[in-house]
Design a protein around this ligand. Structure first.
Ligand SMILES: Cc1cc2nc3c(=O)[nH]c(=O)nc-3n(C[C@H](O)[C@H](O)[C@H](O)COP(=O)(O)OP(=O)(O)OC[C@H]3O[C@@H](n4cnc5c(N)ncnc54)[C@H](O)[C@@H]3O)c2cc1C
Length: 501
């Protein structure tokens, strides 16, 4: 137990710039071309938004009410044609290799028109993040080459990620919690692979995906030490789909039930496990598993923040248009002071939400997942070497055991715990900030619009239904608050215990 003066001395360090866990110092080191590339991503998102998303957003929402079995196959084909499923696939796997932070700006743009449609694209990258951060380049290559081929042939190949179970949602998002959850999805080792039994629920795009990144447990009574990641191809014997949820919002993006009954997965499709981790680190597997989760969510939660900011912006734009064109009591609504204050508040929310995802992405670039990729010479090498070089020279090396070990050491053995906390904490902070802001702006927008805001064709009631879901997935906002506390505040206060209850 620390004395109060020791606690005071630790806390007094907190305000120092070097001690605050932020990524801002990265900004001056950023390769200049990243800005140009991000503009390109935003420009194509804007075009897609105007030509495809806006005309479809309300129509698909209506369609799913009339026909709850509706699946957005056409939308997936359109997004595939526009090249969106390979945009953030690295060039060494045959993709377009856009820098990862640019995805947040892209997401904000499309989410401002419809966050459900954005998730039809975005959730693929949740799974891609699970694939790429596993230090298993051979398997990543096998699956991502199919995604690239799917774009070339016009037959989309997309990915889903399945962790949530009927009795364990929040619990599977933290290694410290998973032993308390009621996990049942078991992967039993057998000769040549694993036999999987269990059910996953609320899996975005499950029915439409060709591959699923599946988390299971070798021993469901000791899940934290026996977590295993498997790649499961749709059509594999023993893997089927149940219903998909008739849910409140984001109805363009189905959430599926996945059923595994004596489903055999060969050894070669094991993505991540205690045995594989031993090849590159001697750290306890719990720590390795927590780092894996942190890598995935540090990459994806800033994106979900951008989803929320997009909705916040859509709600602001609808309110602004309404207030500037509607007369109340003989004068334009926009000339009321309370409306001007509301609009200023909503505008501020959008700007602050953006700063949150930018800063969380900077943290990844400065101290996390993107650190190596965004060192200037590495970035320009990956950007400008001809594709034939990646296909002929780099691609064969991805199958080597040496490459997997090297990636594992770089990503799991060397990085410091403070850096892991910085990225995870900022990602959580951005996630709950951006999505709470989205809810707030939808509410304010409807206040300004009155009953017109409640009509389906005005679009804002749909935004409010859509945004609520963002407070729940990618870790509920409560979990993300706890994780921000654990990563950013608790390290200053040794007697604080998180996830201990
Ligand atoms: C639209 C949508 C899409 C989704 N897509 C996917 C997907 O693609 N893949 C996937 O695997 N999952 C997906 N999910 C599931 C999502 O990740 C879970 O819903 C989420 O993790 C919360 O789990 P839960 O719903 O079981 O809630 P619970 O874990 O049951 O939580 C209920 C409440 O208790 C609180 N709580 C729980 N544990 C704690 C704790 N230890 N401390 C404090 N509070 C706690 C929560 O914050 C929440 O308020 C999706 C969910 C939605 C809504």
């Amino acid at each position: 137990m620390l004395t109060s003066s020791e606690v005071a001395s630790r806390l007094s360090r907190f305000p120092k710039f070097e001690d605050s866990y932020i990524g801002l110092p990265y900004a001056p080191r950023m390769p200049k071309h990243m800005v140009k590339e991000t503009r390109e991503a935003v420009a194509i998102a804007r075009k897609f938004s105007e030509e495809v998303v806006k005309p479809l957003a309300i129509e698909i929402d209506r369609k799913t009410h009339e026909d709850p079995g509706y699946m957005p196959w056409d939308l997936v084909e359109t997004a595939n044609r526009w090249g969106f499923y390979t945009m953030w696939v690295p060039r060494m796997f045959g993709g377009k290799g856009f820098n990862m932070p640019s995805m947040s700006y892209f997401a904000e743009e499309i989410a401002s028109a419809c966050v459900g449609i954005m998730n039809v694209i975005g959730v693929h990258y949740l799974a891609v993040a699970g694939l790429l951060t596993s230090a298993n380049p051979r398997l990543a290559k096998k699956v991502l080459r199919e995604v690239v081929e799917g774009e070339r042939s016009g037959k989309p190949c997309i990915l889903a990620l399945a962790t949530t179970e009927p009795g364990a949602g929040t619990d599977v998002e933290e290694v410290d919690l998973v032993d308390k959850g009621k996990v049942t999805c078991q992967a039993k080792p057998v000769k040549g692979g694993y036999i999987v039994n269990g059910t996953k629920v609320f899996i975005s795009m499950g029915h439409l995906s060709n591959w699923t990144v599946l988390s299971a447990y070798e021993d469901t009574r000791n899940p934290a030490d026996t977590t295993i990641g498997l790649m499961v191809k749709t059509g594999t014997k023993g893997f089927s789909f149940g219903t998909h949820e008739n849910k409140m919002g984001q109805r363009a993006c189905p959430a599926s039930v996945l059923i595994f009954e004596d489903c055999f997965i060969p050894e070669e499709d094991v993505l991540f496990s205690a045995a594989l981790a031993k090849r590159f680190t001697n750290k306890p597997f719990r720590d390795v598993a927590q780092r894996y989760i942190d890598y995935v969510v540090s990459a994806t939660r800033p994106g979900v923040c951008a989803f929320g900011v997009g909705v916040a912006r859509g709600a602001f734009e609808a309110a602004l248009k309404h207030a500037s064109t509607t007369e109340v009591g003989g004068s334009l609504l926009i000339n009321n002071e309370w409306v001007q204050c509301h609009l200023a508040e909503m505008y501020k929310n959008v700007v602050l939400g953006r700063l949150a995802y930018v800063e969380a992405n900077h943290a990844n670039s400065h101290r996390g997942l993107y650190q190596l990729l965004q060192i200037k010479p590495v970035y320009y090498y990956l950007k400008y070497m001809p594709q034939v070089y990646f296909d002929r020279v780099v691609s064969p090396t991805l199958d080597l055991e040496f490459t997997a070990k090297l990636m594992g050491r770089l990503y799991y053995d060397r990085p410091k715990i403070d850096d892991q906390r910085c990225c995870s904490g900022w990602a959580s902070l951005a996630k709950f900030a951006g999505t709470d802001i989205g809810v707030r702006n939808c509410q304010m927008s409807i206040e300004i619009m009155g009953h017109k805001g409640l009509r389906q064709d005005a679009g804002v009631e749909k935004m409010l239904r859509d945004i609520k879901l963002l407070q729940i997935y990618e870790g509920t906002n409560q979990l993300n608050r706890l994780n921000a506390f654990k990563c950013l505040i608790a390290p200053q206060v040794p007697q604080a215990q998180v996830f201990e209850e």
